[in-house]
Structures are given as structure tokens and as C-alpha cells.
Design a binder for this molecule. Structure first.
Ligand code: SAM
Length: 334
């Protein structure tokens, strides 16, 4: 799909503005976090010594006999679908899909990729089982997904578990991996393009940029965000952050970043509702409420937002020692 469909709001003048009510998307994000692709609690995973096999690039190895200990069963491939555009599926992921007997797909990201492949004329023979949530519908519980993967593989089928973005970025990929390993199933992982990086790129926002930002943190804001150190040169990317936006903005503004730190929200990246909203930590919650910002969305906080062509002049003209904005900018096309 092509560029961003709607330009940013002009940011209201930052400092001192009251942070307004949040658009109510908390319920949807609560469901998302409980859904198959949701954030795993750090305490819910256990350290394992098992080496994880990354999927082989050679299609001839797909469907090859399973490794020792998994005799007579099929293979499970945990495949990252990317952010929803078939063009951002990896070649290794495509090969796995082409070799699959059954595809167990999430809603966010994964279905868009399957539809995109079909539109490109890619014919997949696999049965598709949709375990992703739809608004108002309950997701299949994680335990049931784990059991489904094991059952399908034990019946000798090649299973692709197609997950939005990257399986290991708030995707519960590790839980599915461990469940398969515990059942003695041969399981391989194909990393995917995470929304944390690719969705900001749609709005022309690099997470690091020489002279502007030297590090970044990706955090879930599904639960209340804890204070994160660093200033505006340390980019913060929030996933599942719409419902808690006002609280997160307050938390981040209290630190070194301050209320006039730039923020961008990119909604529904690569989707039909794709849209960018740019403001500051002091203004963004009110702007989001006014515009009816909805999940899924990626929130980016830090001076890198100023590099976006969607950043209004009020943000772009702040003083920087090294001013990358001296270089003419144009909207990116991904
Ligand atoms: C449970 S997390 C899964 C993240 C995924 N594993 C990844 O690597 O992108 C879901 C969150 O990812 C973000 N997200 C995923 N795809 C997105 C998209 N196409 N546009 C905007 N945000 C997206 C949103 O913050 C959403 O709430």
C-alpha cells in the first residue's frame, strides 16, 4: 500500500497545555493484550537452554523429516507476518506458507498478509484457521492455540503459526515455542518485520538518527507505563498505547523529556485507516481524543518525530545543535 492517507494535525503550542481525556480504546486494547498476539508478562516466560532453530532459507528443507525427538510428527513454523502488508513478509516466511498444510493466523497483520498474497496471485493450498480477535468477538485463548499447534503437528501436518509483526515482540511467540518443544514437536522461528519500527517509518520517522537519537526503547503501554529514563534523544515506542495514552504522556513528560517533547501516533499502518497525528507530550492526548484515534496504533516519543514530514513547523523549528531538518524533507513511500 502507499503513503499515509492523512496529514498530521498542527501541534498545539506545547508547554503548559492540559492533557485531556483519552479516546476510549482501552477495552479494545485489553482484549488485544489477552488475545493471541498480546504482550506476555515478563514473569510468564521461563528461561530455556534449548537452542531455537531459525527457519531454513531453502524451501527444500521445509517439510523435511522432523528433528530427533519429534519422530512421526509434523513441524510448526512460527512466522512473523510483518505489519500487514504482504510486501513486508519475508521470503522465508512466504516459503513456509507455501509449504504449509495448515495456517493458524492472527487477525492483526497476518490476515492482511494472506489477503495481500491472494491479491498478488499467490495461491496457498493450506487450510487457514483464524484464531485472531475481531471487535466484539472473543479471541481463542492462548492455551487453546498452543494445543491446536501441537495437535495439528502431531497429526503429521506442516503448521505455520502466522503472527503479526515479529513473533517475539509482544507476540507470545516464546510461549508457543515452549509449548511445542514440551510436546516434542519440531519447531522453527521465522522473524518478522515488527510494527515498532516499520509503522513509524511510514510517517518518515527513523527511531535513531545521527545527532538526534542514539537509542530507543519499545514498551507495551497496555498496563500503566512506568517511568522510562532518558531524554528526547532516547526514542520511546509504545505498542498497545492508545487506551493509556494520557497516563503514558504524563509519565514521560514528568521525566527529562518534558511536556513539549514531540509525539507521533501512527494508526493502522499499511491499512485502510492509516493516519498520522503529531503533537507533544502535553497536547497529544487531547489531540487523540479530538481525532478519535483508535487501535492499532504505534506511538513514537522523542525528537526523531521532528524528522517526519507530518511534523508541523512549530515542532520542526525547535533549535538543534545538529539540525537534520536543514535537509529538505519529503514524504516517504514504503
Ligand atoms: C500485541 S502487539 C503485537 C506486536 C507485533 N508482534 C509486532 O511485532 O508488531 C499489537 C500492537 O502492535 C501495534 N501494531 C501492530 N500492527 C500495527 C499496524 N499495522 N499499525 C499500527 N500499529 C500496529 C499496535 O500498537 C498494536 O496494539
Amino acid at each position: 500500500m502507499s503513503g499515509v492517507t492523512e496529514a498530521a494535525d498542527a501541534a498545539a503550542s506545547g508547554a503548559g497545555a492540559t492533557i485531556g481525556p483519552v479516546p476510549a480504546d482501552a477495552a479494545s486494547e485489553r482484549a488485544e493484550a489477552a488475545a493471541p498476539d498480546a504482550a506476555a508478562s515478563p514473569t510468564s516466560t521461563t528461561a530455556r537452554a534449548d537452542a531455537v532453530e531459525l527457519g531454513a532459507p531453502d524451501a527444500t528443507e521445509l517439510g523435511a523429516p522432523p528433528t530427533a525427538g519429534a519422530a512421526a510428527s509434523g513441524t510448526v513454523w512460527l512466522v512473523g507476518a510483518g505489519p500487514g502488508d504482504a510486501g513486508l513478509l519475508t521470503l522465508r516466511g512466504l516459503r513456509a506458507l507455501e509449504s504449509a498444510d495448515v495456517i493458524v493466523a492472527d487477525r492483526l497483520g497476518a490476515r492482511g498478509v494472506l489477503d495481500g498474497l491472494a491479491a498478488e496471485g499467490v495461491h496457498l493450498v493450506a487450510e487457514v484457521i483464524d484464531v485472531g480477535k475481531l471487535p466484539g468477538h472473543h479471541a481463542v485463548p492462548q492455551d487453546a492455540i498452543n494445543a491446536l499447534l501441537v495437535r495439528e503437528a502431531q497429526s503429521g501436518r506442516t503448521v505455520v503459526r502466522l503472527k503479526g509483526g515479529d513473533p517475539y515482540v509482544f507476540g507470545r511467540g516464546g510461549e508457543e515455542l515452549f509449548a511445542c518443544q514440551e510436546a516434542g514437536i519440531d519447531v522453527r522461528v521465522v522473524p518478522g518485520v515488527t510494527s515498532a519500527v516499520s509503522v513509524p517509518a511510514l510517517a518518515g520517522i527513523p527511531l535513531t538518527h545521527r545527532g538526534v537519537a542514539t537509542s530507543f526503547t519499545v514498551a507495551t503501554a497496555h498496563d500503566q507505563l512506568l517511568p522510562l529514563g532518558g531524554g528526547r534523544d532516547h526514542t520511546v515506542v509504545l505498542l498497545m498505547g492508545v487506551g493509556t495514552l494520557a497516563q503514558s504522556a504524563l509519565t514521560l513528560a514528568r521525566g527529562e523529556r518534558g511536556g513539549d517533547c514531540p509525539v507521533a501516533i501512527v494508526e493502522d499502518g499499511f491499512g485502510a485507516r492509516q493516519r498520522v497525528t503529531v503533537g507533544t507530550l502535553a497536547t497529544i492526548a487531547a489531540q487523540a481524543a479530538e481525532r478519535g484515534v483508535r487501535s492499532p496504533a504505534v506511538v513514537v516519543v522523542g525528537d526523531v518525530v521532528r524528522l517526519s514530514p507530518y511534523a508541523p513547523a512549530a515542532l520542526a523549528s525547535l533549535d538543534l545543535t545538529f539540525d537534520p531538518l536543514a535537509v529538505p524533507r519529503k514524504a516517504p513511500s514504503l
